[in-house]
Design a protein around this ligand. Structure first.
Ligand SMILES: Cc1cc2nc3c(=O)[nH]c(=O)nc-3n(C[C@H](O)[C@H](O)[C@H](O)COP(=O)(O)OP(=O)(O)OC[C@H]3O[C@@H](n4cnc5c(N)ncnc54)[C@H](O)[C@@H]3O)c2cc1C
Length: 448
């Protein structure tokens, strides 16, 4: 049990609370433990992991939302090493597809793009040139100032944009589709573009899924004296003398010297106490927009396609793509995720889980004409309200302060823009922030 190392405890340490037990909260708690500080984690759910948490899918422990890794996810690999799990990461050359006009096309490789005869050869060449350009851009500041629709149309032309991009943006962002910053889209294209070996897209997965690293880290944290409060949502944050008071869903209040919140920023806006914080500040948090995700997962006897990822442009379904996870892991039974992203005010959002399941089945049957309902072994639907923060043009100008008052820190996945939300990014950001937080606390303590 080499990974269960005891860290030396600091004497006279501040009391530290972390709100949220997702990858970022776990990364923070772990880094604090390594520096010799104990923390208390408040987690609303009955398990750790947040968006990366797993559930029991009729005997199979698997994430509620798919998780793959790219070759650039170095901070995540470092954590795996520290947990003696580095050998559990497996790599595979993956295939991509594109479902358009009732046909399934190969996609992703230069040859497949050149063969895609639904757009002119000039548009295909522009698409490839743009993909190459995305890899070579290093300074993205100018992209933060333009929207993705404008930028993609400029590079690809209207024809390629309309067929290849417009539905992806629409079925993820709806009324916000023309607000998304070009820098955010660029970093997504680049991340995947760089995850290639010998020009072939190469993606990774953790054997055993995210559960493997989360459960091992949980053990390590508990062993280091971290306290984890499950099913304990923080309902109110207020300032009392020189402390920060947290009221949780079990109606218990506790005061801390330092509080680090990793929960979605709009929730922070709801729980900042009106007597301690200005309405202007609360509004700044509440104005952050995050799109919910309703994700259907299937266990089936048959594959739908040979692809890991199939993008979809089809008005019959509000689905930007499907992810066949077992085409990455090469394991049986076959697993397919069907994500629906939609704002809460879209009328379809209030549809039942059964409705989302039935729409997903229709979509799978359209993509694979031989797929039948009897091929389904099991199906499950999960929802996460704050799944995809919207990164608009001039992103950082709209974000609330990360340190709104002394010793209170508020961050979520939108903080590491232009990177998209990711396990590696959340862990890395959280771990790096710890040093800054402790330095700031110690500086204040010396002044007193
Ligand atoms: C559909 C989907 C697919 C994804 N695919 C990938 C992928 O392939 N690769 C990848 O790296 N990443 C992927 N991600 C993103 C990844 O899951 C996130 O980046 C990561 O989980 C973010 O971690 P976090 O700790 O920052 O936030 P979260 O995971 O959101 O954790 C926040 C935690 O706070 C808790 N919480 C909320 N309110 C309260 C409260 N009031 N009190 C206490 N606790 C509270 C929540 O329960 C949650 O556990 C995907 C996400 C989704 C939704």
């Amino acid at each position: 049990m080499k990974y269960l190392k005891k860290y030396n405890q600091k004497k006279n340490q501040p009391t530290i609370a972390i709100i949220g037990g997702g990858p970022m909260g776990l990364g923070i708690s772990y880094q604090l433990a390594k520096y010799g500080y104990k923390s208390v984690i408040y987690e609303a759910d009955d398990r750790l992991g947040g968006m990366a948490a797993s559930f029991d899918f009729s005997g199979l422990k698997i994430e509620r939302y798919y998780h793959f890794h790219c070759l650039s996810d170095k901070p995540f690999f470092k954590l795996l090493e520290e947990l003696n799990l580095e050998k559990k990461i497996k790599w595979k050359k993956t295939k991509m597809g594109f479902f358009y006009e009732n046909n399934l096309y190969d996609w992703g490789s230069p040859i497949s793009v050149l063969k895609f005869n639904q757009i002119s050869i000039i548009s295909r060449l522009r698409y490839l040139f743009h993909a190459l350009r995305c890899i070579s851009i290093k300074n993205w500041n100018h992209l933060d100032k333009v929207n993705a629709t404008f930028w993609l149309k400029k590079w690809l032309g209207k024809e390629a944009f309309n067929i290849l991009w417009s539905k992806l943006l629409e079925y993820k962002f709806y009324k916000f589709k023309d607000d998304i910053s070009a820098a955010w889209i660029w970093s997504r294209i680049r991340r995947l573009g760089l995850s290639r070996k010998n020009f072939r897209e190469t993606l990774g997965f953790l054997d055993g899924g995210s559960y493997k690293w989360i459960s091992k880290l949980e053990k390590k944290l508990l062993y280091s004296g971290v306290k984890i409060n499950f099913c304990t949502a923080v309902k109110n944050i207020s300032l009392v003398n020189n402390s920060i008071k947290l009221l949780s869903s079990n109606n218990i209040s506790n005061e801390f010297d330092i509080v680090i919140s990793t929960i979605p920023l709009p929730i922070v806006g709801q729980i900042l106490d009106e007597k301690s914080f200005t309405l202007k500040l609360k509004r700044n948090y509440l104005d952050q927009i995050s799109i919910p995700c309703i994700c259907v997962i299937f266990k089936t006897k048959k594959k739908i396609t040979n692809n890991f990822w199939t993008n979809i442009n089809d008005e019959r379904f509000l689905i930007p793509g499907i992810i066949e996870f077992s085409n990455l892991t090469n394991k049986k039974p076959h697993i397919t995720y069907v994500p629906f992203y939609m704002p809460k005010d879209l009328k379809e959002y209030s549809d039942s889980d059964e409705m989302f399941i039935s729409k997903s089945i229709e979509c799978l049957m359209a993509i694979n004409k031989n797929f039948e309902k009897k091929d389904i072994i099991d199906v499950y639907c999960s929802r996460y309200e704050f799944a995809q923060p919207i990164s608009k043009v001039n992103h950082f100008q709209n974000l609330p302060p990360i340190n709104p008052v002394k010793n209170l820190w508020t961050i979520d996945t939108s903080i590491y823009y232009p990177e998209d939300r990711g396990i590696s990014e959340s862990i890395d950001y959280g771990r790096k922030l710890v040093k800054k937080i402790l330095e700031s606390f110690e500086k204040d303590a010396i002044k007193k």
